[in-house]
Design a protein around this ligand. Structure first.
Ligand code: IPE
Ligand code: IPE
Ligand code: MG
Length: 245
C-alpha cells in the first residue's frame, strides 16, 4: 500500500471463512464467528488509521437463516452479547455504526440494541461502519422498487420519473458513495447476494485468507492492488489518462 496514493474511501467486505477457520482447529463453528468478531475490531481500527471513511461488512445474509438452527441461534447470541460493548468502543473511537438489512426479523431485544447502537453513535464523523445483517442485495432492490411503486400509486411520482437516482435514494447506503473496493475473504469468488446495486463499478479483490486471519497487512495488500488498477467507468484508458494528467 502506498499511503500517498488514493486510499479507497469506502470498502465493502464479505467476511467469509469463519466456519472453516474453526473446523481446521477442530473447534465448533461458533468459535470461528467469535474469532471473526475480533478480526473485525482490528480491521475497523486499521481502516480508521489509514483514512478509509466508510466500511461496510457482511455479517449475516438473508440466506444464512437456512443454516443449522444451532449455528443461527449461536450467532444471534453473539450479536446480542457483543453489540453494547462494541458500540461503546466504536463510540469512544468516533465511529458511527449503522445497520443495513431487514432488521425487523430479529428478536425485539436485538432490534433494541441495534437501534440503541445506531442512535448512540449517530453524531460520530471519524468513520462509518455499516453492518449488513439479514441483508440480501436482491431484497434491497425489491424493497426499493416497492417503495417507488407505492409512491407512484399515491401519485407522488410518475412511473417515468423512476431513474437510477431515485432508485439509489431508496436503496441501502443511498446517501453513501458506492464502495470503491470490495473484498471477499475465504477463497470463494462470488458475490453471494451482497451489494448488487451498489457495486456496479466497484473493484473486486478476492483473498484466500480466512476472515479470522485477515490482518491489517492483508488489508494493505488489497489496498495496494486497488491502487495499481485503472478505474475506467466505461471510458477508454486514454480518456482516463487525459483526466488525471
Ligand atoms: C462467514 O463465515 C460468517 C457468516 C456467514 C455468518 P462462514 O460461517 O460462512 O464460514 P465458512 O465459509 O463456512 O468457512
Ligand atoms: C456470505 O457468506 C455471507 C456472509 C459472510 C455473512 P456465505 O458463507 O453465506 O456465502 P456462500 O454460501 O459461500 O455463498
Ligand atoms: Mg461461508
Amino acid at each position: 500500500m502506498n499511503e500517498s496514493l488514493h486510499i479507497p474511501a469506502h470498502i465493502a467486505i464479505i467476511m467469509d471463512g469463519n466456519g472453516r477457520w474453526a473446523m481446521r482447529r477442530s473447534r465448533p463453528r461458533t468459535m470461528g464467528h467469535q474469532a471473526g468478531l475480533k478480526a473485525l475490531r482490528t480491521i475497523v481500527e486499521h481502516c480508521g488509521q489509514i483514512g478509509v471513511s466508510e466500511l461496510t461488512v457482511f455479517a449475516f445474509s438473508s440466506e444464512n437463516w437456512s443454516r443449522p438452527e444451532r449455528e443461527v441461534s449461536r450467532l444471534m447470541e453473539l450479536f446480542m452479547r457483543a453489540l453494547d460493548k462494541e458500540a461503546r468502543e466504536l463510540h469512544e473511537n468516533g465511529v458511527r455504526i449503522r445497520f443495513i438489512g431487514d432488521t425487523g426479523a430479529f428478536s425485539p431485544g436485538l432490534q433494541e440494541k441495534i437501534t440503541r447502537a445506531t442512535s448512540q453513535t449517530t453524531g460520530n464523523t471519524r468513520m462509518t461502519l455499516n453492518v449488513a445483517v439479514n441483508y440480501g442485495g436482491r431484497w434491497d432492490i425489491v424493497h426499493a422498487a416497492r417503495k417507488l411503486a407505492g409512491a407512484a400509486v399515491q401519485g407522488l411520482i410518475k412511473p417515468e420519473d423512476i431513474n437510477e437516482k431515485l432508485m439509489t435514494e431508496q436503496i441501502c447506503l443511498g446517501t453513501s458513495s458506492d464502495p470503491d473496493l470490495f473484498i471477499r475473504t475465504g477463497g470463494e469468488m462470488r458475490i453471494s447476494n451482497f451489494l448488487l446495486w451498489q457495486s456496479a463499478y466497484t473493484e473486486f479483490y478476492f483473498s484466500s485468507v480466512l476472515w479470522p486471519d485477515f490482518s491489517p497487512d492483508e488489508l494493505d495488500k488489497a489496498v495496494a492492488v486497488y491502487q495499481s488498477r485503472e478505474r475506467r467507468f466505461g471510458l477508454t484508458g486514454e480518456q482516463i489518462g487525459e483526466r488525471t494528467a
